[in-house]
Design a binder for this molecule. Structure first.
Ligand code: GP9
Ligand code: MN
Length: 421
């Protein structure tokens, strides 16, 4: 009940940091375009495969004067895959260790990124050319407070425009920009790409590079599919410019989760030219994060250790929204007090010196096992944080929280809520 929220609230407030002053409000009033890059891991960025560049456009962005590129950023998803990443983005909470919170707790009260933008007068939307009920999205997007879901029925999938799980990314972006032209501004839209999804098949005309040559067809095709996504982003930027929607937007793009599972460790080891230990597997959970602010000159490459839970407070600060009152586990990435500690949903964690994975404590610099004692305090902290997170979700505790004023609801309010049950 509401008394559990007291402990949660104390923990969250004790670990909160002030948002950065420097970039605060740099994108205030702009449209917010969030792009979920399906299965895109960070190891493909600024990398080659058999002499072929994998992500030419994204590589350019890493050096672009208007782009902040984070190369030490981890996904924190579990079985809910893409939907987990969406849950994290909107709530700055962790998803669940088992099952998909989009299915199990779709009716909870949440205080979301979408809601904070609605309060600022934004039109808020999701765009994904799949069946609207996939991952229970139609229900959850309502719960989260989004105004509109552009799903499969809002797109025309022409001949040859579909592969793997659905519509190809290039026509998806093209038609999405047409929808954006009609939106009231400022808007916030979350776009979910799909082509770079297992099994990573492509039509011949969409293959811009050769396959890799390992014993894993999955990894071999992965590089080609990522290359296709890179092309689609390039065309998307052009489409935005043509629609006059580029200059007054901020574009945030991140990988939703890994694409290559541990079943492909031999092939991955061949590509990376080292053995894939549990340490390496944890490091492979890094996904790219790009924050592109046209005309800002704010670009740089940032090595700060961060995770998807940090997206919400970071984006809010850039948009000039105060997130200090929220119950959330993320921190503004650009805050000088940002803590260098990332917890993965299964209890693995990463600090600047250590990685905890496979129940072993690893020295980050050597990639070799080290004394477990070094990891012990962090293990306790990670478990504590994940336990508080689960209390929030299982107990639907945010219904007892007055998000606007940043405090627990009064006894009177709480009694009313409980009596309604
Ligand atoms: C499906 C898409 C991909 O709509 O989000 O799902 P995933 O398997 O990555 O969760
Ligand atoms: Mn996905």
């Amino acid at each position: 009940d509401s008394s559990e929220l007291v402990d949660v609230n104390n923990y969250v407030k004790a670990n909160q940091v002030d948002a950065a002053d420097e970039l605060k409000g740099i994108a205030e009033g702009r449209n917010l375009i969030v792009v979920s890059l399906e299965s895109t891991q960070n190891f493909v960025i600024n990398n080659e495969m058999n002499g072929q560049v994998i992500t030419p456009f994204l590589n350019e962005l890493t050096r672009d004067e208007d782009t902040i590129y984070m190369d030490n950023f981890y996904h924190q998803t579990e079985q809910g895959k893409t939907s987990d990443s969406e849950f994290i983005l909107d709530n700055s909470l962790y998803p669940l260790g088992r099952g998909a919170v989009f299915f199990t707790h779709s009716g909870n009260e949440y205080h979301t990124l979408a809601e904070s933008l609605n309060n600022k007068g934004y039109f808020t939307a999701n765009m994904h050319a799949n069946n609207k009920s996939f991952w229970n999205r139609d229900i959850v997007y309502d719960t989260f407070g989004y105004d509109r879901y552009y799903s499969l029925v809002d797109y025309t999938v022409g001949d040859g425009e579909s592969v793997n799980w659905g519509m190809k990314d290039i026509p998806f972006f093209e038609q999405s920009v047409e929808h954006m032209r009609e939106m009231e501004q400022p808007f916030y839209t979350k776009m979910i790409t799909l082509t770079n999804h297992h099994p990573f098949f492509l039509d011949e005309e969409d293959k811009f590079i050769e396959e890799y040559d390992s014993n894993s067809g999955t990894l071999n095709r992965y590089f080609q599919a990522v290359r296709y996504t890179d092309e689609s982003i390039k065309e998307f930027f052009t489409d935005l410019k043509e629609a006059g929607l580029y200059e007054n937007s901020i574009i945030v793009m991140y990988g939703d989760h890994y694409g290559i599972s541990e079943n492909h460790n031999v092939a991955m080891g061949q590509y990376l030219e080292r053995e894939i230990t549990p340490f390496e597997t944890a490091q492979l959970q890094r996904v790219p994060l790009f924050i592109h602010i046209p005309g800002s000159g704010a670009g740089f490459v940032d090595h700060t250790l961060a995770g998807q839970v940090d997206l919400k407070p970071t984006i809010q600060n850039l948009l000039g929204i105060d997130s200090g009152k929220a119950i959330q586990f993320g921190q503004d990435i650009f805050s000088k007090d940002n803590e260098d500690f990332v917890i993965l949903r299964d209890g693995r964690f990463i600090t600047n010196e250590l990685v905890y994975a496979g129940e072993t404590c690893w020295d980050k610099e050597t990639g070799e096992p080290t004394d477990r004692e070094a990891c012990d305090p962090y293990i306790a902290r990670a478990n504590e944080e994940l336990a508080y997170n689960d209390e929030i979700i299982y107990g639907d505790l945010l219904r007892f929280y007055d998000a606007e004023n940043g405090r627990l609801k009064s006894d009177e309010d709480t009694e009313t809520i409980l009596n309604e049950e």
